[in-house]
Design a protein around this ligand. Sequence first.
Ligand code: B1M
Length: 462
Amino acid sequence: MTGQGWAADLSASVLEGRAPEAKGLTQEVLESGVPPEEVLELGLIPAMAEAGNRFEDQRFFLPELMFAARAMKEALGLIQPLLADRDVPSRGRVVIGTVVGDLHDIGKNVVAAMLEGGGFQVHDLGVNVTPSAFAEAARAHDADIVGLSALLTTTMPVMREVVEELERIGFRDHVKILVGGAPLTEVFAEEIGADGYAPSAAQAVSAARALLSGDEVFPAAKPAGEKPGLDGDPPPRREVLVSAGLKKDRGHAEPPAPVLDSSRRELVKQTLEFKSPARLPRQLWALPWAATRYPEELARIERDFPPDITTIPFLCSEPVPGGGNAHVVGSFVDAWGCTFENLQDGIIGQVKNPQLSDWSQAADLRFPRERLDFDEEAVAEFCHGTDQYVLAGTCPRPFERLQFLRGSEELYLDLNRPPRELLDLLDRMHAFYLEELTLWAKTDVDALTFMDDWGSQRALLV
Ligand code: B1M
């Protein structure tokens, strides 16, 4: 193969997420005698860098980045064994994972793919990785960088334990530690003794390069004007890490005066109708974890700022199949038959083996029709027994439900070109939710609610 037209074609196929084409082109180029390191340097690395940049400045949605990463992986599958045979040195060895207690892996997977696409050799330890597993893997693979990802404020502190574990086994001086994940800041990264922080996958690649070349990777944590941001970008906004807890010594404002002239229900209605209520209504929703970790603080908030809105406890005449407790460590099967694996008391886990590994299974999906058979008299009694504004005992959330049934990553990709079975299932789900909401609308509750979690930290997910 002559010239470097192949490089542009290969880059385009990766960037546009055409995996079979990327693989085919790579095969052709290698067979024509182009050395594998050249295919990597000229075809794949620029494509993934561009994909990362487009995601960064929001010209790409997450699925587009994931499609590009999959195409890149197909091509890389052909190149990597050849690089190993020829002893071509990688840009560095990275051991990466999501810390223990945390099951979020979409961001970590994207970072791992971008690092691979950037020429690093990546050992992905997956999710729920303990400090000792990180430390052992770092030593076993003679890693240059240990990459830690966390998406929960409850699991961020584990990162410090990883730093300590690497110190304990005497390997801290051999590796650089790079951390990232939506709730992190570089201030936090410095505090726990990490060497670098990256807010995004694209910046993880430049940070990894900078770490191995000995460059400064905490520019924004220094006083303004001292150092530019990575790759000449403007320094990220300086953020102050706020504790996940509530400061004990802060003192708190006087509890608001009780509302005398209207019930809490009226207050919410007045607010919804823009009728200048005496104060804004309140509602607090916290995972049970918060009550265990901060019992006094939570009780104080609830005492000083009692909620005006309540959700009706779910009242079902028949027990819902599955059952169990979603908020304790172990497995929990919900009403739709989705099995959650939970690693931490007080939160909800993640579906590890989604029911719809194949869309042909969607036709057999069982809807939880037991939920339509609830005790209307008990609902009426509950509503009349409180002056709070009462929300129905159901909360449809089709996007999350589809994630539980199909798996988040797969679903994001499917939504790009939705298969007919997915659209059919959505129609049936919509009809089911409508039926459920219609029944609740006929009761004495004040409102119906539904929600979904469409956002990543910076943009819509899809
Ligand atoms: Co979860 N979740 N979740 N969740 N979830 C968040 C994180 C949350 C912010 C949602 C919210 O409240 N609105 C919230 C955390 C709140 C907090 O701690 N302050 C939350 C919660 C509470 C939970 C549960 C506890 C829910 C519950 O119990 N009711 C539960 C926890 C399960 C567990 O982990 N033990 C849970 C479960 C889930 C799902 C299973 C439903 C699903 C995860 C699926 C999966 O990962 N396989 C999920 C999802 C999808 C999210 C949101 C909606 C999206 C996360 C995501 O994938 N973003 C998220 C909302 C949000 O982020 N605001 C949320 C896309 C991804 C590309 O971005 O992960 O940020 P991100 O990664 C970026 C950067 O952060 C960076 O680069 C990536 C690409 O640019 N980066 C690194 C990441 N790692 C890096 C490492 C690096 C460098 C950069 O160096 C090594």
